[in-house]
Design a protein around this ligand. Structure first.
Ligand SMILES: [Zn+2]
Length: 62
């Protein structure tokens, strides 16, 4: 399993290890979902493309 699940429709990054029902990750369409394993790509999304960590599974909420 990849470490990160990116929802490109909502500009949201989930952390798969901590994902919950509230994340609604099953609602994400196949065209919008991307699985990433490297933190660098995630950092780029967060800093350059205004993506955010999902509030339900982000580090700050665990
Ligand atoms: Zn989430």
């Amino acid at each position: 399993m990849a470490m990160y699940l990116v929802d490109h429709s909502k500009n949201m990054v989930h952390r798969t290890a901590f994902i919950k029902t509230e994340c609604d990750h099953q609602e994400i369409s196949k065209e919008s979902v991307e699985h990433l394993n490297d933190a660098k790509s995630v950092e780029l999304l967060l800093s350059n493309k205004q993506y955010d960590y999902c509030q339900h599974c982000s580090q700050n909420n665990i």
